[in-house]
Design a protein around this ligand. Structure first.
Ligand SMILES: CC(=O)N[C@H]1[C@@H](OP(=O)(O)OP(=O)(O)OC[C@H]2O[C@@H](n3ccc(=O)[nH]c3=O)[C@H](O)[C@@H]2O)O[C@H](CO)[C@@H](O)[C@@H]1O[C@H](C)C(=O)N[C@@H](C)C(=O)N[C@H](CCC(=O)O)C(=O)O
Ligand SMILES: Nc1ncnc2c1ncn2[C@@H]1O[C@H](COP(=O)(O)OP(=O)(O)OP(=O)(O)O)[C@@H](O)[C@H]1O
Ligand SMILES: N[C@H](CCC[C@H](N)C(=O)O)C(=O)O
Ligand SMILES: [Mg+2]
Length: 478
């Protein structure tokens, strides 16, 4: 591929005669001979400052929004939006791509919706994949990744690998960081979905408007013309998403108790699952969702709408919901101990913690107990909010460490405890879980929140092996 082809649509007019491009990278340390180096702006540095390393390693050209200092000895092609140019270049280098790619955004529920959509496609006999917080998942298993929305190059490399396995249907998670940083700008989505919007990542976005606008990009910039847009209208923040869809001429598919496409008529608990009755375009349907938590009904129906808008018949879509497996660590019942139930959940944000606790309350004939903390080097504002939620909704609260990262763990706990009246503090996460499990009585429910599927704890910059799931099983077993 030529540099001209690589940069089509970016506004760049590179000189003719540049050599064939072998590959692309946005990290100078990964450049190999024949690659084009995309020098991107970042929070710590700008790629252009690493141009010498890129050239030394064999970059044949550099694309950036900034001029280098001095002459690097290779052509530097200026573009206005280098992140978008990088994303589009990645989609071209890693061609061909799966034909049907859908994306879901929102503060909570993305991983669940992406996983459920993949499961519904599979149920209907369509080979499918999902990409997000858990990594790249197919019927064959899971390949772990580090970001919810991967870097553009990694994303398109993964997409091409899925295509090579005969997978043409992929559901992916669009995080606000990913959207804001244009990681998805090489994709056009056949359908998109919105779950909900509440506080998260304000350390990065600054305020709720900027955070919302980042998420809205999925609807305004990345959906194919007149493509279906699924919106959870039960969320108080749904309107901007609905209007964004309408302004694009999309087919609007609303889901929820107020939904017009799928209307939730009733939800009745059945064991740890739920009997759900909905109206789908005039027809009343009922199914048993084998998952705990009302929010999972919303996630499941959003996934059903995405699947049906990409070719799955309703005769498959609703029965598929009876077979859904929860995404790992999402309100997962890990075990029962002395007549009490222990759940592990990935709620690391105030609204998620609130939904998790409210979902478990009906099962707590005795006490509802919670063990949780908050991650370091992340939004500090959510810490007292989570403390308040826990103190209000649980009968027993233990504040412990999440991933302190480079922050002082005691300070993080202090910020949570300041708003969590009556809570106890046990910094060591294993000890906190062991203590909570040890205190369980018949009819109690214990929620261990914040780390879900994670099998590590990051202290400083070191990742130690740690799994809530494993600690619970070991404690119960012992
Ligand atoms: C805040 C954030 O999103 N940071 C991402 C960002 O890093 P940055 O802006 O700090 O980059 P930088 O270090 O200043 O470097 C700028 C550029 O110079 C390049 N560079 C740098 C050094 C060098 O020697 N040579 C070189 O070329 C870098 O590759 C980069 O392209 O760009 C990097 C390269 O793509 C990402 O790895 C990095 O993600 C970090 C690791 C991260 O933790 N991101 C999290 C917060 C994130 O994105 N989370 C979301 C949402 C999670 C959720 O709620 O689900 C996600 O999608 O995962
Ligand atoms: N629809 C929902 N409404 C409210 N809370 C939810 C919803 N879905 C999931 N949650 C809560 O959020 C947690 C994370 O769910 P999930 O991983 O599906 O969301 P996510 O948007 O991918 O999160 P992240 O951005 O952290 O990857 C769950 O463990 C649960 O506590
Ligand atoms: N993708 C999210 C996950 C947070 C999970 C929580 N356990 C924490 O470490 O804060 C983030 O990086 O902000
Ligand atoms: Mg996720």
């Amino acid at each position: 591929m030529s540099v001209t082809q690589l940069l089509e649509g970016s506004g760049a007019r590179p000189k003719k005669g540049l050599a064939t491009v072998f590959g692309i990278h946005s990290d100078s340390r990964a450049i190999e001979p024949g690659d084009v180096f995309f020098a991107l702006p970042g929070l710590n540095t700008h790629g252009i400052e690493h141009i010498d390393e890129a050239v030394k390693r064999g970059a044949l050209a550099v694309v950036s929004d900034r001029d280098p200092v001095g002459d690097p000895g290779v052509p530097v092609i200026k573009v206005a939006d280098v992140r978008a140019a990088y994303a589009r270049a990645a989609s071209r280098i890693f061609d061909p791509q799966p034909e049907i790619i859908v994306a879901v955004t929102g503060t909570n529920g993305k991983t669940s919706v992406a996983s459920f959509t993949r499961q519904i496609w599979e149920y209907a006999g369509i080979a499918a994949g999902s990409i997000g917080t858990l990594g790249v998942e197919t019927r064959r298993g899971l390949r772990e990744g580090s970001l919810t929305t991967p870097d553009s190059r990694a994303l398109h490399q993964n997409l091409r690998a899925l295509k090579a396995q005969g997978i043409n249907h992929v559901a992916l998670e669009a995080s606000s960081h990913g959207l804001e940083q244009r990681r998805l700008d090489g994709c056009y989505f056949e359908a998109v979905a919105f779950t909900n919007l509440n506080r998260d990542h304000l350390d990065y976005h600054g305020d709720m408007d900027a955070y919302r606008n980042a998420k809205l990009r999925l609807f305004t910039d990345l959906l194919v013309d007149s493509g279906p847009a699924v919106v959870n209208v039960d969320d108080p923040e749904h309107e901007p998403f609905m209007f964004a869809a309408l302004s694009r001429g999309s087919t609007l598919l609303t889901v929820g108790r107020e939904g017009a496409y799928i209307e939730i008529l009733s939800i009745e608990p059945e064991g740890y699952g739920q009997r759900v009755t909905v109206r789908h375009i005039g027809e009343k349907l009922s199914f048993l969702l084998p998952l705990t938590g009302e929010f999972q009904v919303s996630n499941a129906l959003i996934a059903a709408a995405l699947a049906m808008s990409t070719g799955v018949d309703k005769k498959d879509a609703f029965p598929a919901l009876e077979q859904l497996k929860g995404a790992k660590g999402r309100l997962e019942l890990v075990g029962e101990h002395k007549g009490a139930a222990v759940f592990v959940d990935y709620s690391h944000k105030p609204a998620a913690l609130e939904h998790a606790l409210m979902s478990l309350r009906p099962y707590a004939k005795g006490k509802l107990r919670v063990v949780f903390g908050a991650g370091g080097d992340r939004d500090k504002g959510k810490r007292p909010m989570m403390g308040e939620v826990a103190a209000r909704l649980a009968d027993d609260v233990i504040v412990t460490d999440d991933n302190p990262r480079t922050e002082d763990a005691g300070t993080i706990r202090g910020e949570i405890l300041a708003a969590a009246k009556g809570a106890r503090e046990i910094g060591d996460r294993r000890k906190a879980i062991e203590t909570a499990v040890g205190e369980l009585k018949n009819g109690d429910v214990l929620l261990i929140a914040g780390k879900g599927h994670e099998d590590y704890q990051i202290i400083g910059t070191t990742k130690h092996h740690f799994s809530d799931h494993e600690v619970v099983v070991e404690t119960i077993g012992g």
